[in-house]
Design a protein around this ligand. Structure first.
Ligand SMILES: Cc1cc2nc3c(=O)[nH]c(=O)nc-3n(C[C@H](O)[C@H](O)[C@H](O)COP(=O)(O)OP(=O)(O)OC[C@H]3O[C@@H](n4cnc5c(N)ncnc54)[C@H](O)[C@@H]3O)c2cc1C
Length: 833
């Protein structure tokens, strides 16, 4: 880490004491690193006593570096700071882009914490986001500093500094500004210290003759929907600085979300294994550069990490994100495609991109090396709007041209040429002495503490993201009570948003329920219990004694499920919110809550099953059996049909969900079944649906059933058979696996996907107790009264994993065998066994 003297050595101009240069001779500049340089310089000037009392300081440039330096100096006090910005607004570059993102640390990758989203600066702090939002956040904080330091900080927007002339130990700063009566006028002022924070300037939009490329920081420079539908969108990208690499990757990606790609790489599990190899390659490249030689990154990556990036799935990941059919032409002057001057993560992303395009597919990547690119006349066969370019010997017919040849450094530095003469050489020597810190400076703890203390003294508010996080963490409140025979819901969470209380990212809700369960009535009391038991963060403020027994019976003491706990209970009190009031009959309120929660469950199950059926993915082993691809393909349309019916018929969905987690199928148990069907039992719900769908591929016309008995029905060969898919863990406090065959199921067939007790264990348990096979659950076994029991046992699993046809054959055989034996038994007069 650099100390204050090092900082001064790297920023001062030796021949011009009192003039400092902020970052624009460094490489890999970022918004964050410029802020760090600025705070370090402000601190170092103070620490090294280089700020005479009441010094007048001119800061030239209102970008990230300039405003941060001006804020830092003003907070330190003792100086009179003037900030000159030639544009109409501060931070002009970042103001027009909602689609380019700023990340504070991502360019440090693969160093640890590079994907951390908070800048965590002591002043002008921000978090990752679209460039325009970051600008807005930083300017809001800058506004607070201005308020706190009004007499020490003067902002001069639309003031272009045209010259800085040393004069008897001081500096005459000449600038142009708008004259009061219109037009421009020149003026000058004297300063003791001048800090140049002029950045790199802006790019030449017409760098490639015949084409125009909007500024990197302007959303207009980003290809839009006009590319959609083009089967072979062709891009010509010129320039291999970071801007060119970023836009090459962005052009190649289906969504033009460059940040998704770099984050996808930086957060890929196991990617840290590449770290040492990447750093070693950079060291080699730096050595080559020091000797004035090029370095072939692609060859080095191939040898060192080529196999690893494949094994880590990084190339697959890149390939998945490619724009379909994209044709990429990348033009550079140097024979080497990548340069050490660019960010490591961008280089790696381009390497992955080239590998992904090199695979068998419609996408392609071509590197063209030539001094310049010329537009040539288009031919009739060229696609609409596409143009021809001669890139050396190669002709490219491009739909979109992106030129990133770098900003106009010379133009921006020109007014200060008298000061800057010799600085480049001085600074290069300094960079040699601090190769790492000059590229990615770190904020010294002493500097951090210094500004933290000054910010506290000035009573600056914490950054907005901090305040937002605090606000989001504050408990919200809802009040429910009976009034004039109706139930009234009011609070921070509108009734229409009640299902959001089951989200993982929700803040604490204090739900005040004035009345006891028996006063609310069964349906509303059950709906409240369901909401609170399954929520991650709901405290119930109630008459604790009367609610506790009610909730315990439905959760920890429930005879029909395991693993649920009553929600935290607190005594009534406080002032719950009266916002968003709704007053409706209690049963209607209960129905509204239940419908919203059923909808939440359906979406959760649908998300999981869709992923399972389309990609075979089963996070958390919720489905728990492996289905062959053709079986999954046959399940999907059946599920889509069910989902449509569930969405159209809330009562059908409610019945299906309740019975999927509760074995009792009678009116008395319906209330409890609905309480059990909740967020915490979403895994059994997924399981119950998945097995029912697999069975429905074999037993066609099996579908959800909306009336007693059961939750499934099947019309086949003129008969209607009722069924029950049930993933309940317990029946009357006994393990389902042990009592399922004895239970008085109400339907003709029963699907039991329970996994809690492996079949082998049940066999062992039964034999040790010297029981008959009555407790062993196997596929196709008859239960009480000849019910057909279908379980996910070894035979089911093997068939499902093999193919749809195998499962069909197995299940049809079982069905025919079972019902013909049943029929024969009835005809023999023995009745069902
Ligand atoms: C193509 C490209 C992509 C980039 N991508 C990223 C990225 O993804 N993330 C990132 O963090 N950074 C990125 N950067 C770097 C980005 O430019 C810096 O992060 C940031 O803008 C640097 O701040 P600065 O204050 O040094 O310079 P600037 O933002 O350029 O600010 C300098 C200011 O000085 C003003 N000025 C210049 N001359 C005068 C004068 N004579 N009189 C008065 N005012 C003057 C200018 O108008 C300007 O407002 C990128 C840069 C480019 C070119």
């Amino acid at each position: 880490m650099l100390n204050p003297a090092d900082i001064i050595a790297g920023t001062r101009i030796v021949a011009r004491p009192g003039v400092y240069v902020l970052g624009f001779y460094d490489t890999r500049i970022t918004f964050y690193s410029q802020q760090v340089r600025a705070l370090e310089l402000a601190h170092a000037l103070w620490h090294e006593h280089l700020l005479p009392a009441n010094a007048r300081v001119a800061v030239v440039g209102g970008g990230a570096a300039g405003i941060t330096l001006a804020a830092g100096l003003a907070l330190q006090g003792g100086t009179d700071v003037h900030l000159f910005e030639k544009a109409q607004r501060l931070l002009p570059l970042q103001g027009d882009s909602q689609r380019r993102r700023l990340d504070p640390h991502i360019y440090d990758w693969p160093n640890p914490d590079a994907d951390h989203e908070l800048a965590e600066l002591p002043v002008l702090d921000w978090r990752s986001g679209p460039a325009r939002d970051v600008r807005y956040a930083v300017l809001r904080e800058f506004g607070e500093v201005r308020l706190a330091t009004a007499d020490r900080l003067t902002i001069r927007e639309r003031h272009q500094v045209t010259a800085v002339t040393p004069q008897a130990g001081r500096f005459l700063v000449n600038f142009e500004r708008e004259a009061v009566g219109g037009g421009r006028e020149s003026a000058s002022q004297e300063f003791d210290i001048v800090v140049l924070a002029i950045g790199f300037g802006i790019e030449n939009r017409f760098a490639l003759p015949g084409t125009e490329t909007a500024s990197y920081w302007h959303d207009a420079g980003i290809p839009g929907v006009e590319i959609d539908g083009n089967p072979r969108p062709t891009f010509l990208v010129s320039g291999n600085g970071d801007g060119g690499l970023i836009d090459l990757i962005a052009a190649a990606s289906a969504t033009f979300r460059h940040d998704n790609i770099v984050r996808g790489i930086a957060q890929r599990p196991g990617v840290q294994a590449l770290r040492d190899a990447l750093l070693a390659i950079d060291t080699e490249a730096l050595a080559a550069e020091a000797m004035g030689q090029g370095f072939d990154f692609l060859a080095a990556y191939d040898v060192t990490i080529g196999a690893q990036v494949e094994a880590l799935g990084l190339v697959d990941q890149m390939q998945e994100q490619l724009r379909a059919g994209v044709q990429l032409f990348f033009q550079t002057r140097e024979p080497e495609l990548l340069s050490i001057k660019t960010a490591r993560l961008n280089r790696l992303a381009v390497y992955l991109l080239i590998k992904a395009c090199g695979r068998q597919g419609a996408e392609s990547f071509t590197h063209v090396v030539c001094d310049d690119v010329h537009q040539i006349a288009s031919e009739p066969g060229d696609a609409q709007g596409s143009r021809r370019f001669a890139c050396g010997a190669t002709t490219v017919v491009a739909d979109w041209v992106i030129t990133r040849r770098g900003p106009g450094r010379e133009t921006i530095r020109q007014p200060f040429a008298n000061l800057l003469a010799g600085f480049e050489v001085e600074h290069a020597a300094w960079v040699q002495a601090f190769p790492a810190d000059s590229i990615a400076p770190k904020l010294n703890p002493a500097t951090y503490e210094h500004f933290k203390r000054l910010a506290a003294q000035a009573e600056l508010p914490p950054p907005r993201y901090h305040i937002n996080a605090l606000l989001a963490a504050l408990p919200r409140s809802v009040k429910l009570w009976l009034t004039g025979g109706d139930a009234r819901w009011s609070g921070d969470v509108a009734l229409a948003d009640v299902a959001t209380l089951w989200s993982d990212d929700t803040s604490l809700l204090e739900l005040t329920v004035i009345n006891a369960p028996d006063q609310l009535g069964t349906s509303l009391a059950h709906a409240i219990a369901r909401l609170a038991i399954h929520a991650l963060r709901i405290d119930l403020l109630v008459d604790v004694a009367r609610w506790r027994a009610f909730l315990v019976a439905l959760s920890s003491e429930s005879p029909n499920t395991g693993g649920l706990r009553p929600p935290p209970l607190r005594a009534l009190g406080g002032h719950p919110s009266i916002l968003n009031p709704v007053t409706i009959p209690p049963d209607e309120l209960a129905a509204t809550i239940n419908r919203a929660l059923d909808g939440w469950l359906l979406e959760a199950v649908d998300r999981h099953l869709t992923r399972y059926m389309r990609h075979g993915e089963d996070p958390g082993h919720a489905v728990s059996f492996v289905a062959a691809t053709d079986l999954r393909q046959q399940m999907e349309p059946i599920w889509q049909n069910w989902v449509q019916r569930f969405r159209a018929e809330p009562a059908l969905l409610a019945r299906f969900l309740g019975l999927a987690v509760c074995a009792k199928d009678d009116a008395a148990a319906a209330g409890e079944a609905s309480v059990l069907a909740g967020r915490l039992l979403v895994t059994p719900l997924i399981r119950a649906c998945a097995v029912a769908l697999a069975v429905a591929t074999a037993w066609q016309a099996t579908a959800p059933r909306g009336a007693h008995p059961g939750n499934l029905g099947r019309d086949a060969n003129g008969t209607h058979r009722t069924g029950h898919t049930c993933a309940a863990a317990l029946i009357d406090s006994e393990e389902m696996a042990l009592v399922a065959l004895r239970h008085a199921w109400t339907t003709e067939f029963v699907l039991l996907p329970m996994q809690s007790v492996p079949a082998t264990l049940i066999v062992a348990a039964n034999s040790s107790l010297n029981k008959s096979s009555g407790g062993i659950l196997l596929l196709g076994q008859p239960g009480v009264d000849g019910k057909l029991m279908l379980t996910v046992d070894a035979r089911f699993r093997a068939a499902a994993q093999t193919s749809a046809a195998e499962l069909v054959a197995l299940l049809r055989g079982i069905e025919e065998d079972h019902f013909s034996r049943l029929k024969a038994a009835i005809e023999d007069g023995g009745g069902p066994q």
